[in-house]
Design a protein around this ligand. Sequence first.
Ligand code: PRP
Ligand code: URA
Length: 210
Amino acid sequence: MRLAVANHPLITHKLTVLRDKTTPSPTFRALAEELVTLLAYEATRNVRVQEVTVTTPVGEARGLALSEPRPLVVPILRAGLGMLEGMVKLVPTAEVGFLGMVRNEETLQPDIYAERLPDDLSNRQCFVLDPMLATGGSLIAAINYLFDRGAVDVTCICLIAAPEGLAAVEAATVGREVTIVVGAQDEKLNEIGYIVPGLGDAGDRLYGTV
Ligand code: PRP
Ligand code: URA
């Protein structure tokens, strides 16, 4: 597993406002979107490209174009949906598939309740969006699901991760092409599986159910 923790004052500044419990949902949504666009820059560092030539008004220029098959972006519902616009702003030609997952708050085990993805992910590069990597259970289930369908490499963009969750993802993905890009690595999980200091329940804060 390759781990990239963002180290940029603008990202930390936006995360700080996101963490603040007084930040209202509309601001939270706008910041989540902006943060993904900034993190996507690092996450797409190894996106597959091919060489192309275009004709400028002055001559021929060699450059790059995204290769086929197009990257597949997979937001994990519900909270990952708050990251989708920020990602497709940067990669507008990406295909988008959806995975609905919810963590059972007693057992902390993830459950997949919805799926809308291409059947065959052979040779696809996937970009998973989920703001919170806590125990890692949800992300591990999502990563396994995509590899079982044929994906060849999976990059996950998370806003905040707990060290326990990162270690769990690393142990569960040995030998697989997995990259995790996070805005911040926090201190720990608390006794009910929340990230400390974290930002609370990302889905509730995005969609105003608190
Ligand atoms: C949150 C979050 C992750 C998961 C992380 O989703 O968006 O998907 O918890 O926890 P884990 O690393 O311990 O699995 P939640 O289950 O609360 O669903 P929601 O997005 O619908 O709010
Ligand atoms: N899910 C969240 O939304 N927040 C946490 O801190 C942990 C899981």
